[in-house]
Design a protein around this ligand. Structure first.
Ligand code: PMV
Length: 341
């Protein structure tokens, strides 16, 4: 990725990076300074849910963070969002040995902060655009480390397409993700049943910190070696029958831990339970679909191509579901020729 320079203007570069949905969840931070997890996680990279980011180097001034909500225009980002971008930018700038100020503009193709991994895609896109700006060619592995420097661990997985594992990692530089299989290996769909697209009240960061206080944190860790092995094998053999039950158990356990941590965190809404019940009904009728949920109320419905229309018709028509995002396994980050600013 290289920076483009307009006549008389400052260098800028743009990139796109995908969100991902975790099959085995990252929940609980072992080292919050280095953003290292207690357990390995495995995810599928998404195709439709992406973040786009443009970064421009400014000649002076305080710098600027802009955000474009869907269907709207670029405007100064909310303070919490802008703070996260500035923190990540300062880590990226010290890695590259360059100084700001910078202007950053970003947009997501999906609801932000609602448990659809907008921090993963957003920070991976920022890291990728930044590498373009400073003309540094990086491998996906290096991008994975840079994306994680944001403090969003799941961003490490958004550096790759397909099916991705982020091991627990030993040190700051080792905490990179690896690709288990490229997107062409297995066509899995993720229909996101949006029941509430407002930003969640409790951040993942707070959830990771509180997780250790749950009496169920340690027991889940003990189940993980087996679950990880099942998920890796299911991906290798393209077996949704093996994958499905484990991803549902993982989602329930994440929320069990969240609800039983101190303070207790409830991401679910009544509509979340209604969608989970619909998924069980679909399975009872013979439709192979399983659910997973990240740190938010929205439900990801995981199925293969043959089941997509049946699942979309059943869940998309529920009064509790405001919108169904049709997504599928996708590719990793890429540079963009078109800039947001
Ligand atoms: O990467 P973070 O700090 O936003 O945490 C992600 C947490 C989950 O989305 C709930 C699970 C995961 O592995 O993506």
């Amino acid at each position: 990725m290289t920076a483009s320079v307009r006549a008389g203007a400052l260098p800028r570069a743009s990139a796109q990076a995908p969100a991902n949905i975790a099959f085995i969840k990252y929940w609980g931070t072992r080292d919050s300074e280095a953003t290292l997890p207690y357990n390995p996680s495995i995810s599928m990279t998404l195709s439709h849910c992406v973040s786009r980011c443009t970064i421009e180097r400014l000649g002076g001034g305080p710098g600027e963070v802009l955000f474009r909500p869907p269907g709207s225009v670029l405007a100064p980002a909310a303070p919490g969002f802008a703070e996260g971008v500035r923190r990540h930018l300062s880590a990226l700038a010290s890695w590259a040995g360059v100084e700001g100020p910078f202007r950053v503009a970003t947009e997501n193709t999906f609801p932000t902060g609602a448990g659809i991994a907008s921090s993963a895609s957003g920070f991976a896109a920022l890291a990728a655009a930044f590498c373009g700006l400073v003309d540094r060619q990086v491998t996906p592995r290096e991008l994975s480390v840079l994306a994680r420097a944001s403090g969003s661990g799941s961003a490490a997985r958004s550096a790759f397409g397909g099916y991705v594992e982020w091991p627990e990692g030993e040190g700051k530089e080792e905490g990179y993700a690896v690709c288990l299989a490229a997107e062409g290996h297995w066509e899995i769909h993720d229909l996101v049943a949006v029941v509430d697209d407002s930003p969640k009240g409790v951040s993942s960061r707070q959830g990771h910190e509180a997780a250790l206080s749950s009496p169920y944190f340690q027991p889940r860790l003990e189940l993980l070696a087996e679950r990880l092995a099942v998920v890796r094998r299911a991906i290798e053999r393209r077996s949704l029958a093996d994958l499905g039950p484990v991803i549902e158990e993982e989602a329930i356990d994440l929320h069990l831990i969240a609800m039983s941590s101190r303070p207790a965190i409830f991401y679910w809404r009544p509509a979340t339970l209604a969608v989970l019940a619909a998924v069980r009904d679909l399975r009872a009728e013979g439709t192979a679909v399983w659910a997973t949920i990240d740190a938010g109320p929205n439900v990801h419905l995981i199925c293969e191509s043959a089941e997509v229309e049946r699942v979309a018709a059943a869940v998309g028509s529920m009064p509790e579901v405001s919108r169904l995002i049709r997504d599928r396994v996708g590719a990793g980050p890429c540079p963009l020729e078109e800039h947001l600013i």
